[in-house]
Design a protein around this ligand. Structure first.
Ligand SMILES: [Zn+2]
Length: 264
């Protein structure tokens, strides 16, 4: 794939290719914003019967191409089968990918906008999320220019065991692992002044949240492989654990954003 070799991502052809693969895989596209000539969409695939609900996202930072390319690879490989009801938002920052910047073309870090909702990208995304049910597991894919190895963040208030070691072991077949490979924030994330996507999801949708990070200094092929294998291993373990335990009770918002974040 040319985009992989060049370690870049052209948002328009990516969006088209993802949409085609998703449609072939039985997903339904729900457009929620139009930015820079690119349609932002949430993709859902509902599976009959008792299934966990899994949400995945990528492409919120325009200098992190391996993340959406990993989701595309999994989509094209047919990984998103009938083991779950799936929700995916693969490309949230198209103008950032054009400029190859973390921020969008307005200079705003979209992953700090989940409280204020000042951008059309995130206002649309949250509007879409509000129409979705609670999720049983959430995976947000990212990259990091400042590290040499793979790591992940875990926010786990669920009764399920951690998937972190499983994902680290799988990613470690492709990339070195940071010394602090598993980060479990001590401070209440809901008290942050600005909300990343993961904190919004923790507050409103899901008790089991992972943010995966690959080091941008490594070759793109390794980063994509680490995300793909990390996700596959984590989800395979998740399905096993989920089947052994009753589903968590319906998610209730932990607090109102206006109250929780502006206390400090
Ligand atoms: Zn990022």
């Amino acid at each position: 794939m040319d985009a992989v070799k060049a370690c870049s991502l052209d948002p328009s052809p990516f969006a088209r290719r993802f949409a085609e693969a998703a449609q072939a895989g039985g997903f339904r596209a729900e457009p929620f914003a139009e930015v820079g000539g690119v349609t932002l969409a949430g993709y859902t695939k509902r599976t009959a019967g008792r299934r966990p609900r899994v949400y995945l996202s990528s492409g919120i930072h325009g200098d992190e191409p391996a993340a959406p390319l990993a989701l595309l690879a999994l989509m094209e490989a047919g990984f998103f089968d009938d083991r779950a009801t799936w929700f995916a938002c693969p490309l949230l920052n198209p103008t950032g990918f054009v400029l190859r910047t973390r921020e969008n073309s307005e200079g705003i870090d979209l992953n700090r906008d989940y409280l204020d909702l000042r951008t059309p990208e995130i206002a649309g995304h949250v509007n879409w999320l509000r129409r979705q049910p609670s999720f049983d597991a959430v995976f947000c894919l990212h990259e990091d220019w400042e590290t040499q190895g793979f790591y992940l963040y875990e926010l786990n208030a669920s009764p399920l065991p951690s998937l972190a070691d499983t994902m680290i072991a799988a990613a470690g077949r492709h990339l070195p692992i940071e010394d602090a490979g598993i980060i479990r924030p001590d401070a209440d994330p809901l008290l942050r002044e600005t909300w990343p996507e993961a904190v919004y999801l923790r507050a409103k949708h899901c008790q089991l949240n992972y943010t995966l990070e690959t080091p941008s200094v490594r070759p793109a092929e390794q980063r994509i492989a680490a995300l793909v294998d990390g996700l596959m291993a984590g989800l395979t373990r998740f399905f096993t654990e989920w089947a052994l335990r009753p589903p968590a009770p319906p998610m209730h918002p932990l607090s109102q954003p206006e109250q929780s974040s502006r206390q400090r």
